[in-house]
Every structure is written in structure tokens, then in C-alpha cells.
Design a binder for this molecule. Structure first.
Ligand code: WT7
Length: 667
């Protein structure tokens, strides 16, 4: 792998607003002051093993205590060895003897029907969820699944997705959730890569009033071959099908079985398997910048501890909270912060099946009012969409139950931060901007809402036990306010254990760029207060006439213009300057795309950042190519900007038609 030049990324955006936690919030919070946070954090990174030992003993239920905290042979970590435990027992069984047993574990809201009727609603208490998980775990066993087997979960956002995940953990099977919007090809690729024995799917899933034919996609996936005529999916023995939409499906004899029928054959007793701390828990595929998707592997104890602790402290969870993370279970945020983290804390988590603008753009705000949601965790891409749709939609609803807001997935531009703060949070809710990755398993850099003063656009300071640093190309720490590569200096319990089946790629991708450290791939700077400002992926750092410019900053400047809804900035090779800046811009509803506006936007960037960042080209677009998790696929935009053919993995793309439109220059 080539070394990505990173040091001295120039940081041009200045943001001086500071928001201190309100006294009333801090008074009730787990961590009540910055001084307290700093003391605990310093202790935790000075003696990390002592810190993690104490947390693992206090927070997790062990079937057998561990004997060693950390075995570290770079780049391979083993945490809490000798110990045995079970994730589903830590999320469910542990609450059965307490008042939490009859509390809502999951509140599920279905997509509203096309005739305008509200969506279905289901509530599962801890006791009920435990029972369903035990029954379904028995279904898995009955269908030949045992410890270590890989199971693909390809379901819509229904409670059964969580039930299937937890049932796998109960018997030690390794799940790999594939997002319901992905194609047959993506399903087949993932089955092949992890050698899965089973697919759990449904007849269909609802999306904006239409039925997505999931089972049909699985049927297609199971027929796919590689170039040499070899089946991609011959490891699959069984397909379990949940009835959701009652659309017609084909059931292959001996291979396909109905979820509801299988339940008739099983009991609701299923003891939780005693699993090693390091037993593989799940594989989740994320797209690499090139080549095939990477199967990120997480293991049992460390992952559970990371998600439990961060859920508790970052969301400052309390028994009475109604907590809503709007992510899909098909990506890591859904794993860590809908299912495992909240349930391990005995919290009430809300799950919503549908789209934010179906049937109307106030869907989220309706749900918040209906259930009295107290904590909302969503992504900047969603926030910018809400801004585009207009303030009238949230203003129609009573959002006063909210007490805390969260953001994840990409840098949140100050403009969106302020809107989130004022329009959704009513100026009273702290915002936790949480930086982490599929690979890190749980939140790494984040404010603690009762302790950390926030500034729009920064994820602020590291979580307990986490030691991030910004370094130059030689791996040396850079001075404050200087850009560099973001690395993590010490292993942490919820870190990935590898890339499934590819130790070499694991080493190359994460552990060779900066010697002795985990390389995040992100560019970053620390300000005078030590706050971490992510300036974008290192691959996205541009060099324009000798100036290193982070794309995130230019995007942020664009979005601060009143006409702009969303922006993506990429580089195009340029003889004169090295790289030229090309901006793709979507406009707010009702704004006309004119040449004058293009000029105005160029000047606006010049004013906000400096003449060096003035783009060479501004292109208006109807939509930007995004992954299903809402990340703009800059790699594709780069190819479009330089008039190249689109190459590489596009399986994670949300809507492939966006690419055709952009490439044809349609505006
Ligand atoms: C990448 C990881 C974290 C789970 C969801 C995405 C970017 C994520 C932030 C944030 C700035 C962020 C980084 C990171 N990112 N959160 N709060 N501020 N950047 O997981 O798909 O693995 O992506 O998302 O570039 O490396 P992922």
C-alpha cells in the first residue's frame, strides 16, 4: 500500500462558538464535569489494563471469570482470555430477575400504510424478547446451526432482525447482517466470503409504500456463479423466511422453511452457550476504497464491553429514557447502538422500519412526539435532508421530550450542527458528535454530555481508555492546530480482530501506515483545547497548488450558503495546480440552478476559506451518490469529475441511477 501523504493538511475553517453543558443536565449526568472526565480519562490511559479489568468485572456477567486482561501481539489482540460469557445472556437474561424484566426493550414502529394509516406498532419487553430469542435460537439449532457457523441475516428493520442477531449470539453462531437494500450480487459475495451456512430473510420488506422482494433476491443470489462457473453460495444449506409482506415467494423444498412454522416445533427453553471471550461474534462488511468489501470481524467480550460502556456514558442513559438510534441494523451503528449497547444497559430502544420522509417529511418528529423520545441519534446526511425539507415539518410537532441529541457517520458541518441544536433540540439539548468506525466497534471520540463543552463540528475528546493522536508521515505527533493522520496508540477491547480470512490485508490496511499504531484513514487536527477535528478521509485530502485542503472543510463552507442543501468536493488532476477542486452541489427545495449561483458559490468559498479553496468547477446535481449508511461515495465522484469510466465496487451504492445522471451531466 502506498503511504498516504497526510501531514500539514491545512485547516482553514475557524469555529469559535462553545456550548457548555447546562447545569441541570450536568447535575443528573453520570459524569458531571470536565475535570472529572479528565481525571478518569488520564487514569484510564495511563493504566489501561487496570481500567478495563475493573470495567469488565463491573459491567459484564461472566459464566467463568477471565484470567488475563490483554494479550497483545501487534496487530492481534486478545482481551479477557480465560473468561466465558454470552452476549444474549448479558443483554436479556440478566434483567429477568429485576424490574427491568417487564420494561420495553424494543419499541417498534412500522412503516405507515399507503392509505395514510399510521404504522403498526409492537413492543417487546425484556421478558418477551428473551422468550423470542430462546425460541428462535432453538429454530437455528433445529436447522443445523451450531457454534462457529456463519449466518447471513438479510431482513428489513423489524424486531426479528434483532431477535435473529441475539439468537445467533445465544448459541455462538457468527452473524453477518446484510443491509436489506443491497442486491442479490452483494448477498452472494458476502455468503461466499464468509462461507455462510444459512440465510435468514423475509418474503419482503416495505420501503416507501413498495415491497422490496428480499426472498427473491436471495433466490437469485443462490443461483449466481463466478466467471469460472463455480457457485458462489454452495455453502448454504438452509434459508429461513419470515412472513412480513405476504407477497408471493418460491419456497425450495428441503432448503427453505418458514420462520413461523418452525416455531411450532421448538420450546422456549434455550440455555445460553458458554463462549470464550474471544469467540467471533459477528462479521460486518464495509466497502474498502478498492477491491472487494472487507469482512470486519468482532469478538465477544471486548465488543460487548465497548458498546455497553459507551452507550451508558455517551448517551448518559437513564432507566426512563426512550432512546432512538435511526440507523439501520445493517450497519455497525445499528449493531452497537440499537441492539447490543442499549440492551446490555437495560434501556428502551426504539426501532423504525421506514424512511424519514414517508409518507411526509415529518415522520421522525411524529414518532418523537408519539413515544416521548428522549435521546435521538442520527446522521449528518439526515440532518441536512431535514434542513432542505424545511423547518415547518419539525415545528408541527412537540419535541420537548428530547433531552440529548447525537450525530455519527461523517463530520457534521457547523451549519447543520446549529440547526440540529436550535430547531430539533430547542436550544436545550447537548449534542454528542461521536467519531468511530465499523472497525472500532464502539464510539472513540465524543463529548460526554454532562461534562464536555461542545463546539459545532468537532467530536471533541477521547472516550475512556482510548488514546488517539494526530501524527505526521513519520508517526510523530504534530503540534496543535496542524493537520495530520489520526491514529490510535493503544489497543482497546472493542477493536476489530481482523478482516475475515485475510490477516495480511488487516495488517496492511491498519497497522503498517504508522508504526505501532492503528491507522484510522482519517485526516485530523487538534485545536488548542485538544479537541479533535476530523477533516475527512486521508484519501480525500487534496493538494491544490501546494496547499493541502480537507474536502470536509470546503463542503462545510458550501453548506453554510443558504441555497445549498448538500455538497461533495473532490479533486481532479490538473496540470497547473496538481489538483483542481470540483464541487457537486444539491440545492434546497425551490432554489434555481443558475450560472450566477455557481459564481456566487465560488466566491462564497473564497470568502469562508480563502481564495486557494475556490473551486474550478461547481456542478449542480439532483442527488449525490451515497452508500446506504449515508456516506458520499467520493471515489465515484472523482471518476466522474475527471470524465473517467466508473470502476470498482458499487455494491454499497444506495441508488445506482444517481451515477448515470451525474455522469451524463444532467442538471
Ligand atoms: C468513518 C467510519 C461510526 C459508525 C458509522 C460509520 C467517518 C464517522 C464521524 C464523526 C467525523 C466521522 C470517519 C470514519 N466518521 N463518524 N462523528 N465525525 N467523521 O462507520 O462506515 O465504518 O465509517 O466515518 O471518516 O473513519 P463507517
Amino acid at each position: 500500500m502506498s503511504k498516504a501523504p497526510a501531514a500539514n493538511i491545512e485547516s482553514h475553517l475557524k469555529e469559535n462558538r462553545v456550548f457548555k453543558p447546562a447545569k441541570e443536565f450536568s447535575a443528573k449526568a453520570h459524569i458531571k464535569s470536565l475535570a472529572h472526565y479528565k481525571k478518569l480519562w488520564t487514569e484510564s490511559v495511563k493504566q489501561p489494563e487496570k481500567f478495563w479489568k475493573k470495567q469488565a468485572e463491573a459491567e459484564l456477567i461472566w459464566q467463568k471469570p477471565f484470567t488475563k486482561v490483554l494479550q497483545w501481539k501487534e496487530p492481534f489482540a486478545k482481551w479477557f482470555t480465560g473468561g466465558k460469557l454470552n452476549v444474549s445472556a448479558n443483554c436479556l437474561d440478566r434483567w429477568l430477575d429485576s424490574a427491568t424484566a417487564n420494561k420495553a426493550a424494543l419499541i417498534w414502529e412500522g412503516e405507515p400504510a399507503t392509505d395514510g394509516k399510521p404504522g403498526e406498532e409492537r413492543v417487546l419487553t425484556y421478558k418477551q424478547l428473551h422468550r423470542e430469542v430462546c425460541r428462535f435460537a432453538n429454530v437455528l439449532k433445529r436447522n443445523g446451526i451450531s457454534k462457529g457457523d456463519r449466518v447471513i441475516i438479510y431482513l428489513p428493520m423489524v424486531p426479528e432482525a434483532a431477535i435473529a442477531m441475539l439468537a445467533c449470539t445465544r448459541i455462538g453462531a457468527v452473524h453477518s447482517v446484510v443491509f436489506g437494500g443491497f442486491s442479490a450480487q452483494s448477498v452472494a459475495d458476502r455468503i461466499q466470503d464468509c462461507g455462510a451456512k444459512m440465510v435468514i430473510t423475509s418474503d419482503g420488506g416495505y420501503r416507501r409504500g413498495a415491497v422490496v422482494p428480499l426472498k427473491k433476491n436471495v433466490d437469485e443470489a443462490l443461483k449466481l456463479h463466478d466467471a469460472a462457473g463455480q457457485s458462489l453460495t454452495q455453502t448454504i444449506e438452509k434459508v429461513i423466511v419470515l412472513r412480513r409482506c405476504a407477497n408471493e415467494v418460491h419456497m425450495a423444498e428441503h432448503r427453505d422453511v418458514w420462520w413461523h412454522r418452525e416455531l411450532d416445533y421448538v420450546s422456549d427453553v434455550c440455555p445460553a452457550e458458554k463462549l470464550d471471550s474471544e469467540a467471533p461474534l459477528f462479521i460486518l462488511y464495509t466497502s474498502g476504497s478498492t477491491g472487494k468489501p472487507k469482512g470486519i470481524l468482532h469478538s465477544t467480550a471486548g465488543y460487548l464491553l465497548g458498546t455497553k460502556l459507551t452507550s451508558k456514558y455517551v448517551f448518559d442513559l437513564r432507566a426512563e429514557d426512550v432512546y432512538w438510534c435511526t440507523a439501520d441494523v445493517g450497519w455497525v451503528t445499528g449493531h452497537s447502538y440499537i441492539v447490543y449497547g442499549p440492551l446490555a444497559n437495560g434501556a428502551t430502544a426504539l426501532m423504525y422500519e421506514g424512511a424519514p420522509n414517508w409518507p411526509e417529511p415529518d415522520r421522525f418528529w411524529r414518532i418523537i412526539q408519539k413515544y416521548g423520545v428522549t435521546i435521538l441519534y442520527t446522521a449528518p446526511t439526515a440532518i441536512r435532508a431535514f434542513m432542505k425539507w424545511g423547518d415547518e415539518w419539525p415545528k408541527k410537532h412537540d419535541l420537548s421530550s428530547l433531552r440529548l441529541l447525537g450525530s455519527v457517520g461523517e463530520p457534521i458541518n457547523p451549519e447543520a450542527w446549529m440547526w440540529y441544536h436550535n430547531v430539533i433540540g430547542g436550544g436545550r439539548c447537548p449534542i454528542v458528535d461521536t467519531w468511530w468506525q465499523t472497525e472500532t466497534g464502539s464510539i472513540m471520540i465524543t463529548p460526554l454530555p454532562g461534562a464536555t463543552p461542545t463546539k459545532p463540528g468537532t467530536a471533541t475528546l477521547p472516550f475512556f481508555g482510548i488514546l488517539p493522536e494526530v501524527v505526521d508521515d513519520q508517526g510523530k505527533p504534530v503540534p496543535k492546530n496542524t493537520g495530520g493522520k489520526l491514529v490510535v496508540r493503544q489497543p482497546w477491547p472493542s477493536m476489530l480482530r481482523g478482516i475475515w480470512g485475510d490477516n495480511e490485508r488487516y495488517k496492511q490496511t491498519y497497522w503498517t501506515e504508522v508504526k505501532g499504531s492503528y491507522f484510522t484513514g482519517d485526516g485530523c487536527r487538534q485545536d488548542k483545547d485538544g479537541y479533535f477535528w476530523i477533516v475527512g478521509r486521508i484519501d480525500d485530502v487534496l493538494n491544490v497548488a501546494g496547499h493541502r485542503i480537507g474536502t470536509a472543510e470546503v463542503e462545510s463552507a458550501l453548506v453554510s450558503h443558504p441555497s445549498v442543501a448538500e455538497a461533495a468536493v473532490v479533486g481532479r488532476p490538473d496540470e497547473l495546480k496538481g489538483q483542481a477542486l470540483v464541487c457537486f452541489v444539491t440545492l434546497k427545495t425551490g432554489v434555481k440552478a443558475t450560472p450566477e449561483l455557481k459564481n456566487e458559490l465560488r466566491n462564497h468559498i473564497g470568502k469562508e476559506i480563502g481564495p486557494v479553496a475556490k473551486p474550478d468547477e461547481v456542478r449542480f446535481a439532483e442527488a449525490l451518490p451515497k452508500t446506504r449508511s449515508g456516506k458520499i461515495m467520493r471515489r465515484l465522484l472523482k471518476q466522474i469529475a475527471s470524465g473517467m469510466e466508473i470502476k470498482g465496487d458499487t455494491t454499497t451504492l444506495e441508488d445506482i441511477s444517481v451515477i448515470a445522471k451525474l455522469a451524463s451531466g444532467e442538471e
